[in-house]
Design a protein around this ligand. Sequence first.
Ligand code: GRF
Length: 218
Amino acid sequence: MARRRVAVLISGRGSNLLALLKAAVDPSYPAEIVLVVSNRTDAQGLARAQEYGVATTVIDHKNFATREDFDAALTEELRRAEIDLICLAGFMRVLSAEFIANWPDRILNIHPSLLPAFRGLNVQNQALAAGVKISGATVHIVRPALDDGPIIAQAAVPVLPGDDVEKLTARILAAEHKLYPAALALFASKTAVVRGDQVDIAADFQGLSAKALYSFTV
Ligand code: GRF
């Protein structure tokens, strides 16, 4: 199967982008990162993409009167690059329903909680305030409702006594860096397929990524 052409959308640090770039160096990885788009000129992730020889572009949302205008410019750029799949990786913009409709079941997002628990911002704070003993990260298909959509894969991490936001965030982020490449591989290879509001994983799936997906990561 031809490798799927992926664009990664970022707004900042780009550590998940880096994890995807590293995974995609392997020619047998089922996706290649062909474009990185940032809505901010100062996103650190842009330099990471350039180190890997991946094309970058900045579409500054401040130059657009409406969300829809920004999203239309984004779609145009993605179409020009003949993108198959879009990975959101710390992209701090809500996408319009129209944008999402233009890319049906082709947009993936990573979120630092075990959805459907703790949507929105400051989710590690939310997890600590709720006193949960396990948290983690989720890669899901983007649907119009915020932090909603069919779940491709999740990684669980313990919430330990004495944790603060920084410690929990770092533990979850380390899990994210394993989870996102594994989840994209599942989806790009069509081992994971959307059926309605769920993602089915092929029954014969025994890939090594199962370890990253379902085991605890400390
Ligand atoms: C990650 O925690 C991701 O789950 C969330 O935003 C953060 C982005 O970090 N959506 P980075 O830019 O990938 O380092």
